[in-house]
Design a protein around this ligand. Structure first.
Ligand code: ADP
Ligand code: MG
Length: 153
């Protein structure tokens, strides 16, 4: 199936949030967004922008140790999962399955490589590569079904 890859850069955290905000504003519900990148790459920062773009004023913080957090936007809710160093994947996986079945929910995932087989093929993959202290490169892979997100600037 066709996938489109976009590459873009941001020069500071605010720009990353803006980029994510634009994407967040285009979400319809049912999307899965996988964030890929090392600790400190900017995955949680990106989720902060997503939530704002969805029209929520909720404060986003890292879900590490709580596994998942829910942010309520206008008509949608964003479920933010962080699978970092999770040992009991079973519980979270079923929690995730529940979210994946809701068409008014969006799932944003950090460190999801371990549960990759539980994810739908049609997801937005966002790889964040730190270039220096403040610059990040984004490599965004989008399947045709998510073309309406129009990441290209
Ligand atoms: P992760 O969730 O990937 O571990 P965080 O979003 O929690 O990363 O942290 C990213 C860190 O990098 C923050 O301290 C943020 O201020 C900093 N940072 C610097 N430049 C950028 C950028 N261009 N985009 C995102 N974060 C950046
Ligand atoms: Mg994080």
């Amino acid at each position: 199936m066709r996938q489109t890859v976009f590459k873009l850069q941001t020069s500071n955290p605010a720009q990353t949030e803006e980029l994510a905000e634009e994407i967040g504003a285009r979400l319809k519900g049912g999307e899965v967004i996988e964030l890929i990148g090392d600790v400190g790459a900017g995955k949680t920062t990106f989720v902060r922008g997503l939530v704002r773009g969805m029209g929520s004023l909720d404060k986003v913080s890292s879900p590490t140790f709580t596994v998942s957090k829910v942010y309520k936007a206008k008509n949608l809710s964003l479920h933010h999962f962080d699978f970092y160093r999770l040992t009991d994947l079973g519980i979270v996986k079923s929690q995730l399955q529940e979210v994946l079945g809701e068409d008014d929910s969006v799932a944003a995932l950090e460190w999801a490589d371990e549960i990759n087989e539980a994810l739908p093929y049609e997801r937005l993959k966002i790889k964040i590569i730190p270039l220096d202290e403040l610059k990040r490169e984004f490599e965004i892979t989008s399947p045709q079904a998510l073309d309406y997100i129009e990441v290209k600037k």
